[in-house]
Design a protein around this ligand. Sequence first.
Ligand code: NDP
Length: 271
Amino acid sequence: MLLNGSNLSVICEASRSKPLLTMNYTLYSQIAWAWIAVAIVTFLYLLRQNAPYGRHVQPGWGPTVDNRLGWFVMEFTVIVVFLTVLLWPGIPSSKPVWVFSALFLFHYINRSIIFPLRLRTSGKRMPVVIMFSAVGFNLMNGFLLGYYFAHFADYPSNWWLDIRFLAGMALFWTGLGINWQSDHILLNLRKPGETGYAIPRGGLFGRVSCPNHLGEMIEWAGFALMSWALPALAFLIWTVANLAPRALAHHRWYKKKFANYPPERRALWPF
Ligand code: NDP
């Protein structure tokens, strides 16, 4: 039988089962705004205290876990939670939701599986508390996005032509391209087995110290714009809260460590 748009949506509707939990949009949005408030507090905290992983790792943060395993555990969590919450009531019938979900998963398959396998941090460890705080973030982020897309998302059939969708899609791919290119440059600074640091060059590193963090922010700004969804805005605010202080800390660290660090290079934003 050929599936057209209307009988496909009938099948999708028929396959929808009871949600994991039920809440109306008022309650949902109160939770999302509270989550945004936590991001702002986190941002203020991280301006004073560098998150202790990578170059900022310090003793005194308790037990540690292998760096690569830590990245996998903390980032794969969001895939499991997002898919569970999204698909529990059945396959969503909204096509834009499929697109947003595919983009989200595309990013996180790289971040949770491919990126950790490419890391050259042999022997390095991260505090378990960092891993669990990122797991906590990903549990909430995956839940909020999955629940919104499963229960509240309602896009008109011509959303593909909406300026928010088109501009958001362009921003998303621009940010992802910058993030991947910058991560690629960083990951290739070390030969296998090395763990030291060098001054990165090429791509946007000519302008800023942390183009990987800048790209990640642009990417999720695009996602928030194209999906026009409160949880995507919350995700963007969390990304800025995590990464803007980290980029400032990296920039200070580079200037202290390398006497010949390019003086024209900014921390995060080229201008
Ligand atoms: P970093 O730039 O701190 O490090 C990325 C990798 O490159 C690490 O393996 C690091 O090694 C290595 N590296 C960095 N600088 C150098 C250098 N100068 N010389 C040699 N090696 C270097 O990135 P993060 O760890 O903060 O983040 C990794 C990715 O995850 C980024 O793409 C980031 O955008 C994303 N991310 C997203 C978050 C979000 O909220 N959406 C939160 C956190 C990260 P080492 O670990 O030994 O320092």
